[in-house]
Design a protein around this ligand. Structure first.
Ligand SMILES: [Zn+2]
Length: 466
């Protein structure tokens, strides 16, 4: 960051302070800033951690501090990652708020929403949500954090209490979640929960793999990656997405399908959207940037559920993003201990499924996007404004007057080789080890202050829906 009032723009006389009283705390000059959906030159003024104005670049404005972006750097809104498993309290040895939020800050992610499972207790009632908040506060947060609740058979009739307590929505599984304290709902249970939340503005997130289709597939075992993929076929995703779409249509409750992985899933969603069903969907960096053809056998760092599939599926996911069938890109950051990953035996049947990509998601997605001729403006929109809108955070994910000054300086032309040991989440396990990526996060501001050093300036968030 530039020193106090040292840049040429800041010393330029003439127009002086922008209207509105006291001088800005921070003035940012960027030849490229993501404003209103496109990259354009802008001067951004910040007062008390909030963007006050977005002005033409040539406007001379004096501020307490001035930040002049270097040639080639762009100013993005801080990313909003709505799919993160922090696992604290209860499985803090897998990850935790301090490590997850520091990894987020280094990845240009200034807001995360924590998933309700893998922590103990799981976030299934207001008391558990309060336990989450207490754990997060005690751990200290480098970035802002909000919470999803969970929908399971036992709380399907009372899930509205989580909404009223400030959960952003609730997540459900249709098949085994991987942890016994978070059992799946069937189609009737899903509808029961959705009926409770219809009309509230809340949303039900669903991990969509159909249990009957999974049960009919060969079980995963051993080191073969193709065998693991065959154990979780695209037909399971397509069937489960149909179940979700039917529940959304029947109840009128917003539904959101998490981590779509297949062309078959995209096709069902495309039809549902055309029919006007209130459903949105996400995909993740690993489905967009990795391909089954390149995944070695016996490498559980690549294991996640649903699995990374073949190149044709990745192509279909990109198509879905480009035509609006898929709405957002999120990390599904889901760490565990290295022991649970069974890196020693490489057994894909017993290894924990989950990929930790909070810190590398922007670079990995931007690298894949660039190869396909997709612009950084769309990438940033998919990972910031649209995720903020999905969650109900109108002051996040955008560079606009009144929004929090969560700002990221990104150098899209930089090149780097990813090393798990350099990352800030708890355990240095990553399928991206050795991957050549484009882009570098040069600075991440949370309400105008650099958040990468691990300062505990992050706050707890609740949704702001009309
Ligand atoms: Zn997840």
């Amino acid at each position: 960051m530039g020193g106090r009032g040292t840049s040429s723009a800041a010393t330029g006389a003439g127009e002086g302070w922008s209207p509105g009283g006291e001088p800005p705390d921070l003035v940012v000059h960027a030849a490229g800033a993501l404003v209103g959906g496109g990259l354009r030159p802008a001067t951004v003024t910040v007062v008390a951690g909030v963007v006050r104005e977005v002005l033409p670049l040539d406007r001379a404005v004096r501020g307490e501090r001035t930040l002049e972006l270097a040639r080639g750097e762009v100013l993005l809104p801080g990313l909003v990652d709505t799919h993160v498993h922090v696992n604290e309290p209860g499985r803090t040895e897998w990850e935790g708020f301090a490590t997850a939020t520091r990894a987020a800050a280094h990845g240009g992610v200034t807001t995360i929403l924590d998933m309700p499972l893998n922590s103990l207790p799981p976030t299934l009632d207001p008391a558990a949500l309060q336990a989450k908040r207490a754990a997060a506060t005690a751990a200290g947060l480098a970035v802002d954090v909000g919470f999803w609740g969970g929908l399971v058979p036992a709380n399907a009739g009372s899930v509205r209490a989580l909404h009223e307590a400030g959960a952003f929505g609730v997540k459900a599984f249709l098949q085994d979640s991987g942890v016994p304290e978070f059992p799946p709902v069937d189609a009737a249970g899903l509808r029961r929960g959705m009926a409770q939340l219809a009309g509230t503005g809340s949303v039900v997130l669903v991990h969509a793999e159909d249990p009957a289709v999974l049960a009919a597939a060969p079980g995963p075992q051993g080191r073969s990656y193709p065998a693991f993929v065959a154990s979780r076929p695209p037909a399971a995703e397509a069937a489960a997405v149909r179940t979700v779409v039917e529940a959304a249509a029947a109840t009128g409750c917003r539904a959101h399908v998490v981590h779509v992985s297949s062309a078959a899933g995209v096709a069902v969603l495309r039809q549902a959207k055309a029919a006007g069903v209130p459903v949105t969907a996400e995909t993740c960096p690993h489905y967009l940037a990795l391909a089954a053809e390149d995944v070695p056998d016996g490498a559980p760092q690549f294991k996640c559920c649903p699995p990374v599939r073949g190149r044709a599926d990745a192509d279909a996911l990109w198509e879905g993003l480009l035509d609006g069938t898929l709405d957002v890109v999120v990390s599904d950051h889901s760490p565990s201990t290295p022991q649970l990953k069974h890196l020693d035996t490489g057994d894909l049947g017993t290894a924990w499924g989950g990929i930790s990509s909070l810190e590398v998601g922007l670079r990995v997605v931007w690298t894949a996007a660039h190869e396909r001729g997709v612009g950084l403006d769309l990438v940033a929109d998919l990972m910031a404004r649209r995720t903020a809108d999905l969650a109900g955070l109108p002051r996040k994910g955008r560079i606009a007057p009144g929004a929090d000054a969560d700002l990221v300086v990104f150098d899209p032309g930089a090149e780097d080789v990813l090393r798990a040991a350099d990352l800030h989440h708890r355990h240095p396990v990553s399928p991206y080890e050795g991957m050549r990526v484009r882009g570098a996060v040069r600075l991440a501001l949370l309400r105008g202050t650099d958040c990468r050093a691990g300062d505990r300036r992050g706050r707890l968030l609740v949704p702001e829906r009309p």
